[in-house]
Design a protein around this ligand. Structure first.
Ligand SMILES: [Zn+2]
Ligand SMILES: [Zn+2]
Length: 140
């Protein structure tokens, strides 16, 4: 069971299965929306059961890309999830508790990363988008 939640603890979720594809988009929009160097995002595969444990009513949405909303805690502002067609599509890795067993698979929009951002690890880096990664809906 994977669990996670926001900074203040009001909003909590759990995922019964494993996380799916992971990516970190370093574009300027993702840096703002995810308040960090990148989006650091994991998709939830169809077979994995996502559920809110607490504070679903505290979740607020903001449009991010066509068809996409991001879900935030209205109290502390943590970005918790991507919402596509009203369904939770994936979670921000920064809100996952402990080690969920996945690693960042691709870095996208590295060509526009922040000057202070140093990308470590061995995952492939793409100057722009990559078809295998759609965190934030940036890549086409
Ligand atoms: Zn919160
Ligand atoms: Zn991005």
């Amino acid at each position: 069971m994977i669990e996670g939640g926001c900074f203040c603890g009001a909003v909590r979720y759990q995922i019964a299965g494993a996380l799916g594809r992971t990516s970190a988009c370093h574009c300027s929009r993702c840096r703002k929306a995810f308040s960090g160097a990148s989006s650091a995002y994991a998709e939830i595969p169809d077979g994995s059961q996502f559920s809110w444990v607490a504070g679903e009513s505290e979740l607020t949405k903001h449009p991010f890309a066509p068809g996409w909303d991001l879900g935030f805690c209205r109290t502390c502002g943590s970005t918790l999830c991507g919402i596509v067609d009203g369904r939770v599509h994936g979670v921000t890795l920064g809100t996952v508790d402990g080690d969920p067993g996945v690693r960042i698979e691709v870095h996208t929009f590295v060509g526009s990363k922040a000057a202070w951002d140093h990308i470590g690890g061995s995952a492939p880096q793409f100057e722009e988008g990559h078809t295998g990664a759609n965190a934030g809906g940036e890549s086409k």
